[in-house]
Every structure is written in structure tokens, then in C-alpha cells.
Write a protein that binds this ligand. Structure first.
Ligand SMILES: [Zn+2]
Length: 233
């Protein structure tokens, strides 16, 4: 028995180009005949934050999953990490403000946008204490001293190397106040001309997150290296 194909199922399936969010196996949406039926697994929809813990039915909380991963997922959810990241450009799009990271270890020495964790209620982890936009404004103020106008650009979800699940809301700002940033924390802020961003020193997703903020030509990105990451707005 195959669940009926709905618009929502198709959109969720497209988040990962039709692969299981957790293990990467190819999933199928519709009943198929022939050899594909054997190698492709049927898609189930998984709530990243389970409904029992306040997770919503909205698109950002849904990922395609195979049956076995959907069943095994419980432990991973407790280690779900929720972030915001923001990329601030000058109004003429010629410069961008980035941060040279000291932590976590895998980002040490690399460049990233302004980023941080979304505050969660202390007694109920996974229930947000602020909306992502509020988190973005707060992180930016704390790290750069700047009040910028942030626009939501996307949502990204994936599986870390330690198998924990993360999701991240992506923001963009276009504001000449970036030239007045203050160095507040230990991680060094750096302004780069767009054509001088050292692409060998950025965290991998920035290869498409930075151009996306300028061109906005595509509504969907699929990164082969991080197979389960998409930008979907
Ligand atoms: Zn799977």
C-alpha cells in the first residue's frame, strides 16, 4: 500500500532530492513498477521535532525518511540543535561581513556568517523561547554591535558527523551599517569584497549560501557533499 501523492509529500520529498534525510537511501513517492521498486524505499514523513514535544506540522519541521530511520530516530531528536545564521552585505552587494570562527573545533579558523543558537525554554528543550528572527537580531547585536534588518532566506536541516540532527534558519541583510561593526567577542569579524572571499577558508555550505543572498535565482539548493542539506525558500 502506497500513501497517496499529495503536494505536501512532494515538497517534503524535494527537500532532499528524494533521499532519506538520515541515511541517504533513495525514496520513492509513487507506486512504481519495474526494477526501481526493488531498490527504492518508500517515503515516510518524519517530524524533526516530534509532535509530542511540540513540533509543528509546518514544512520546516518535516523531512523525508525511510521506514527504518523513522523508527530509529528517537535518540537523535534529544540532540537536535537549532541555529540561526546570517549573511550581511553592503547595500551595493560588493562587500560581506564574516566571522573567523574559533569554535566548534571543526569550524576553527574558518569563516562563517553571524550565527548562534536559538534560545530554548530551560525546562522543555526543543521548545523555542524566541522566534528565529529574534535570535538572529540578538546574535548580531551581541557579536557585531549592529542592529540590522534581517530577511529570512531559507531553512536548512541536516545530520552532523556525530549523528545529531540540526536545523538552521538562514537570514540575509543588505545594509551599509556593516562598515561600522564593533569587535565585541573573541571571534574576529572581517569584511571582504565579494570577489575576494577566500573560498578555501569558508565552512562548506557558504559556497552556495553566500551567492544565494545575492542572486536569489534558485529556490532550491542541493549540495552533493552534505547530501541532506537544502535551502527551500
Ligand atoms: Zn533512512
Amino acid at each position: 500500500m502506497v500513501a497517496p501523492l499529495t503536494r505536501k509529500r512532494k515538497r517534503v520529498w524535494e527537500k532532499t532530492n528524494g533521499r532519506c534525510f538520515f541515511c541517504g537511501k533513495k525514496l520513492y513517492l509513487e507506486k512504481r513498477y519495474g526494477p526501481q521498486t526493488i531498490e527504492y524505499k518508500r517515503m515516510t514523513i518524519d517530524h524533526l521535532i516530534p509532535r509530542a514535544r511540540g513540533g509543528s506540522d509546518q514544512y520546516f519541521n518535516l523531512v523525508p525518511s525511510c521506514f527504518s530511520c523513522n523508527h530509529r530516530k528517537g535518540a537523535r531528536v534529544s540532540s537536535m540543535k537549532n541555529y540561526v545564521v546570517g549573511f550581511a552585505y553592503s547595500e551595493d552587494l560588493k562587500n560581506i561581513l564574516l566571522i573567523r570562527k574559533n569554535r566548534p573545533p571543526w569550524q576553527k579558523g574558518l569563516l562563517n556568517g553571524v550565527e548562534g543558537k536559538i534560545k530554548e525554554k530551560s525546562n522543555t528543550p526543543q521548545i523555542f523561547d524566541e522566534i528565529p528572527l529574534t535570535a538572529m537580531k540578538r546574535e548580531c547585536k551581541e557579536e557585531t554591535g549592529l542592529h540590522l534588518i534581517w530577511n529570512m532566506g531559507g531553512h536548512m536541516s541536516g545530520v552532523n558527523e556525530d549523528e545529531s540532527v540540526f536545523q538552521c534558519w538562514i537570514f540575509y541583510a543588505y545594509d551599509d551599517r556593516i562598515y561600522d561593526f564593533q569587535q565585541i567577542e573573541d571571534e574576529v569579524l572581517e569584511l571582504f569584497p565579494m570577489d575576494k572571499v577566500p573560498l578555501d577558508q569558508v565552512i562548506p555550505n557558504l559556497h552556495y549560501l553566500i551567492p544565494f543572498g545575492i542572486h536569489r535565482t534558485s529556490s532550491h539548493y542541493y549540495n552533493k557533499r552534505d547530501a541532506f542539506i537544502t535551502i527551500t525558500y
